[in-house]
Design a protein around this ligand. Structure first.
Ligand code: UD1
Length: 419
């Protein structure tokens, strides 16, 4: 298993190109199942999760071609096999996103239940409840969700119990081809949902309200092909900004959209960072030790759970004490023990972590437990005294494109140790 060897102590300086968003690309790729015409995607990040989605789409019978650097063409023409097997779904929970499109287009879908993952149980009850409201008959048996509809799905009213990103996306895709109007309420407002609505509308769907808490969709008979550029990754952007702040550096993120990470930028300013932003770039400069910050993770536009671990790492070396409440996932503090192995002083009580900042972390062998947790260990290692070895970095390869290359460009001393 690959590891990262990081020697801390270098302030990051320079420019970094932000990749297309993984969390946007996955539902966008699933949406290509809604039409028999090809969809051309640009700025698709080259990541393990994207490769898993490609594998899943191929296994369903779609043709997927790499048509250039970070460009993909997906064509789901002809008869597909609407079965997403356990072997693929267990690799990536977002595989559940094929459920809505398969059901809407073929009247049937069998998708393995994703099961829990390291950060919590993550049920899909809201996806199922929503599709039932559009007329689907759903049985959960032998570890699979088996959904069927007599003819087309029909428009309906779905009031989600909680704002679920994947649930909202699955229902948007299903409703796009349903007969009649669908109203989705209490939906997630994440920017990736807006990106999906942009794609669906470019395919001929009629989706309104994405980005607000209710989405109205007039179903259409068929959808067609189009071109789509995946939005920039706001979490990758935030991660490089945190790395710059912790190392007291000066980094500009290019090809990004700063307005999509306002809650993160506000907290970096509170930590003492100086930020400048333009339409598609953001620059952070930091010349002192950060001040500790406190926050709660909440659905967009509030502070994202996907940035919690990186900010916790920042608090470990900050001036003062920060309190972090994780309200989205039940078990998303696994990086705490690893950071504490590096000398951090973090105490967890239920869903709250209290981080008492210290002057300097010490290098230690640590282990990545999930995608964002692995980034928190990388940024911690960048400021630690000595050489940190991070094991199980396959987690980071799921969601950060060419991370060691990008960090090295900014001056970091990071090497991939291939075993
Ligand atoms: C997406 C993101 C993930 C991010 C998360 C929250 C992708 C591929 N992943 O995950 O990076 O951390 O949003 O911003 O976009 N829930 C239920 N029942 C359901 C659905 C969700 O109880 O049917 C719960 C989940 O267990 C979780 C919360 O709702 O506690 C939010 O989950 P959701 O928004 O669905 O996250 P994902 O779409 O899985």
């Amino acid at each position: 298993m690959d590891k990262f060897l990081i020697r801390g102590g270098v302030p990051l300086e320079g420019e970094v190109e932000i990749s297309g968003s993984k969390n946007a690309a996955l539902p966008l790729m699933a949406a290509a199942l809604l039409t028999e015409e090809p969809i051309h995607f640009q700025t698709v990040p080259n990541l393990r999760d994207i490769a898993t989605m490609v594998q899943l789409l191929k296994c369903l019978g779609a043709a997927v071609q790499v048509s250039g650097e970070n460009a993909l063409e997906i064509c789901a023409a002809g008869a597909l096999t609407p079965l997403a097997p356990y072997d693929l779904v267990r690799k990536m929970r977002a595989s559940i996103l094929v459920l809505g499109p398969l059901l809407a287009r073929f009247g049937e879908a069998r998708v393995s239940l994703p099961g829990g993952c390291a950060i919590g149980s993550r049920p899909v009850d809201q996806h199922i409840k929503g599709l039932q409201a559009l007329g689907a008959k759903i049985q959960v048996e032998n570890g699979y969700v088996h959904a069927r509809s007599e003819g087309r799905l029909r428009g309906g009213h779905v009031l989600f119990d909680m704002a679920t990103v994947g649930g909202t996306e699955n229902l948007m895709m299903a409703a796009a081809l349903a007969d009649g109007e669908t109203l989705l309420e209490n939906v997630a407002r994440e920017p990736e949902i807006v990106d999906l609505a942009v794609l669906l509308n470019a395919m001929g769907a009629r989706v309104e309200g994405a980005g607000s808490d209710s989405i109205r969709i007039q179903g259409v008979n068929t959808l067609h092909g189009c071109n789509h550029r995946v939005m920039p990754d706001r979490i990758e952007t935030g991660s490089y900004l945190v790395a710059a702040v912790m190392t007291q550096g000066d980094v500009t993120c290019r090809n990004t959209r700063p307005e999509l990470l306002e809650a993160v930028l506000v907290k970096l300013e509170e930590a003492g960072a100086c930020l400048k932003r333009g339409g598609d770039w953001v620059r952070v400069t930091m010349r002192q030790r950060p001040q500790a910050v406190s926050f709660r993770t909440l659905p967009y536009p509030a502070f994202p759970t996907d940035m919690q671990a990186q900010f916790m790492a920042m608090n470990t070396i900050a001036n003062g004490t920060g309190t972090i409440a994780e309200t989205i996932f039940e078990n998303r503090f696994m990086h705490v023990q690893e950071l504490n192995r590096m000398g951090a002083r973090i105490a967890v009580d239920g869903h709250t972590a209290v981080v008492q900042g210290i002057e300097r972390l010490e290098a230690a062998p640590v282990m990545a437990t999930d995608l964002r947790a692995s980034m928190s260990l990388v940024v911690a290692a960048l400021v630690a005294n000595g050489e940190t070895m991070i094991d199980r970095i396959y987690h980071i390869d799921r969601g950060y494109e060419r991370v060691e290359f990008k960090l090295r460009q900014l001056g970091a001393r990071i090497e991939r140790v291939v075993r």
